[in-house]
Write a protein that binds this ligand. Sequence first.
Ligand SMILES: Nc1ncnc2c1ncn2[C@@H]1O[C@H](COP(=O)(O)OP(=O)(O)OP(=O)(O)O)[C@@H](O)[C@H]1O
Length: 242
Amino acid sequence: MMHGTFSILPLRVSGLRFGVRGTELIKGISFELRAGVRTLIIGPNGAGKSLTLRLSHGLIKPTAGEVAWAGGTTDRRRKRHAMVFQRPVMLRRSARANLVHALSLGGLDRSERGRRADEALERFGLGHLADRPARLLSGGEQQRLAIARAWSLRPQVLFLDEPTSALDPASTKAIEEMIEAIHADGVKIVMTTHNMGQARRLGDEVLFLHNGRLLEHTPADEFFAKPRTEEADAFLKGELLH
Ligand SMILES: Nc1ncnc2c1ncn2[C@@H]1O[C@H](COP(=O)(O)OP(=O)(O)OP(=O)(O)O)[C@@H](O)[C@H]1O
């Protein structure tokens, strides 16, 4: 499902750097992300995975380098990518009202908001939670709601930052199924995970980050069968990296 007449992909990130108070955390990363391929960003703690997602989504500004969406960057295009965080942020109102609110921020007409919210709740089997206070839902339910909320905005690209790391296996499975369904819709998936089983299940290609650098950008089957770098090999073997 491609919405609108243009595609914001490929995403070209070049020479990306991000530093805080003289410490360089992202040390010159370049990559190009294409439509139709699920991209998994993996690497050890502190490698810069989350920062790379935030910089790509535009939540933080790079110290140097460029994040370029196809056709340039405008506010209109900005809305074509959405992000889901490790811990969902819900307002103190019903599940449905959280979706309606997001759609309102997304600039939708009042009548369209309710229709889209209901569509998203139904699509992901969350209709029975519609009137429940969002903050009282379980962690897994809130995360499913957060993903439904992101999907309701009809993004072309969905960034997910460790969406299942706080969840049990059943919730993790439900979320993986949602991600698969959204991918099948034609939405580009870009996500980070610490769960290598999940990376193998969901990944078409891998970006392997280590110490603020991109060491590999490889098809997932190749990466898991035979990583090219020593660091990735050690990471997959569960060794400590410095
Ligand atoms: N605003 C900030 N100020 C200072 N340091 C930061 C800031 N944001 C991130 N960092 C540091 O930058 C490094 C990379 O952070 P990032 O969250 O991108 O890592 P990550 O690969 O997602 O790690 P994890 O797997 O632990 O989530 C970490 O060492 C982190 O402490």
